[in-house]
Structure formats: C-alpha cells, structure tokens
Write a protein that binds this ligand. Sequence first.
Ligand SMILES: Cc1ncc(COP(=O)(O)O)c(C=O)c1O
Length: 342
Amino acid sequence: MKVIDLRSDTVTKPSDAMRQAMCCAELGDDVLGDDPTVTKLEKYTAELFQKEAALFVPSGTMGNQICLKAHSEPGWELLCERECHIVNYEVGGPAVHSQLLVNLLTTEHGMISAELIKNSVRPLNIHCPLTKIVALENTHNRHGGTILPQDEVLKVKKVCDQFSLIYHLDGARIWNAHIATGISLAELSAPFDSISVCLSKGLGAPVGSLALGSHNFIEKCRRERKLFGGGMRQSGMLAAAGLYAIEHNLKKLQADHENAYYLAERLNRLDNFDIDLNWIQTNIVIANIVGKEDSQTVHEKLSESQIGAIPTSPTKIRFVTHLDVSKEDISEVVDRIDSIYA
Ligand SMILES: Cc1ncc(COP(=O)(O)O)c(C=O)c1O
C-alpha cells in the first residue's frame, strides 16, 4: 500500500528539476560573503518582500531565534500567542538564547487583537519588565493554518508604534497567506520590523529559511547566525533549491489549499471527525476526534493504513497537504479512513 504522508508540508522531497538546479548552482564561500547563489536568493527575496535585506539561514527556528536575539536585551518581555511555534516548538529558544520573558496571550484562531496587545503592555515603572517585542505567526500552524486578518495586523502595528514595541512575524507559511488572500508578500510583511520565512515547508525546498529586515538589522543577524553555528560555506546548492522553489512552486500552493479543503470536507462527513470548515483556509486540517478514541489510537490506526498524520492534542489530529500529494491521494486517504471505521 502506498504511504500517503500528511504529517507536515516539510516532508516533500526535491523534484528532479530542483535537484538539477542545485547541481548547477554557482558556488562560493558564503561565510566569506562570496557565494553568488546565496547572494542572489537573499537579494531576490528582499525585493519580493520589499525589505532592505535578507539572510539565508538553515531553518525557520534559527530565523526566528536570531531575529529575537538581534532585537533584544536580556529581561525584555515578548508578547506572543499561546499556541505559537516560537514558544511551543523551539526548545525554549527565547529563554535560552535571548533571556526573554514570554507573555503568552490566548486567542481563538491565532490573531492577537490590537486591544489585547495594548492591555498587555506593562506600565513603565521600576518593578516591571520592559514589554518590548510582539511576535505573530502567519499562517498559524497550531490553529490550523489560519490567516491573520491584515486589518488587525495593521492595528497591532499602531499599538507597536504607540508603545515603541518591535514587531516580528514568524512567516514560515506567509507564502500560503499570500496565495490564499491575493495580498502581496510585500504588503503582508510591510508592518513588521523583521520576518522569518521558510523555503522548506509548502514551497518544497529541502532546507532553508530567510530572515528579513533593515540592512543594519540583518548585519546584526549575520553575526548572530555565526554565533549560533549557522554560517554555511558552499550553501549556494541549497539556495538554488530555494530560488527554484519560489519561482516554480509558489503558485502550486493553491492546489494544496484546495486539497486541504477537500480533505476536511470529506472527513467531516465521517462520524469520527468534526471540522469547522470555515477555518480551513490554507493547507492544514486539524480534525477534532468525535467519540471515545483518543488521538494516539486514531494515529495508530491511520499508520497501519499507511497514512501519516500527527496528533496535536488528545482529541485532535493534524493533516497537512503539500506538493507531493495529489487530489487522488487525498481521496484515497478518505477511502482508507472510511474503511477503518466502516
Ligand atoms: C510556524 C512555524 N514557524 C517556524 C517553524 C520552524 O521551522 P524549522 O522546522 O525549519 O525550524 C515551523 C516548522 O514547522 C513552523 O511551522
């Protein structure tokens, strides 16, 4: 039976054409600043997002953590959403690397309202930590690939300006928000002082992320990247995969979104799952499990049927569509699940 892996959009393998692009890449030593393909990717991405500069880093985690480190001083307070990747899946990075105090704000679908941010800024007095950074995530992974409403993102920017807060975006899947809304990458990222974006999620590159921001900020990030051990030498081979991914795979995200909605809609017809289709906005489907089984049991049954998925809580299981699964594969997934529970 064919394995249909919906654990994450990180599982894609480079296509033959992408591998060809990697093989042919012009190379240099990027730590010494002369890998032409890395430079090309950084320039190209900076232009796409209309930021002054970009820095190629090995992972989204490093992108986020370097940005936080380059922005901050020990003891500063970071406001972020309770389910965000930066806090839940980056091994305590804000505390370990930057000695940040984190205030986790609860939301229903991932967007922290301007009002909640405003009410969470601590008064300037000798007893309080300095509230200095806001980090959002677009699309929001643990909320099921939800898109942040741009009008609220802009309202938060006003609060950031009012209280001199630094505004960071974990834009690992900003590409999906762009394709789903039609809002340009530049417009989506304009309010933010820094963004981290990933090439190795839906875009299908094997490795790589970029941090974006002002020239000065990115030069600070370059130092931090070296300190983190993330300086890479002939990394043009990886950058070539990233360039190929943006040029050829960005538009294909639309198909992932359609497949996710199709999956959610079909799963919802089964008695075992309940999904609010209004919140299936991009390529992530988090299904509520109905009945007595917990997510581990469901996960085991899916694994026996060669379906990859990830439990995200005792009552929820996550499926992610990507470049390497077709609509036919999704149909096959639903048929297999149907026969498990028939
Ligand atoms: C929203 C979000 N941010 C950051 C990351 C980190 O990316 P990486 O796995 O490349 O460190 C991920 C990974 O899945 C993610 O989903």
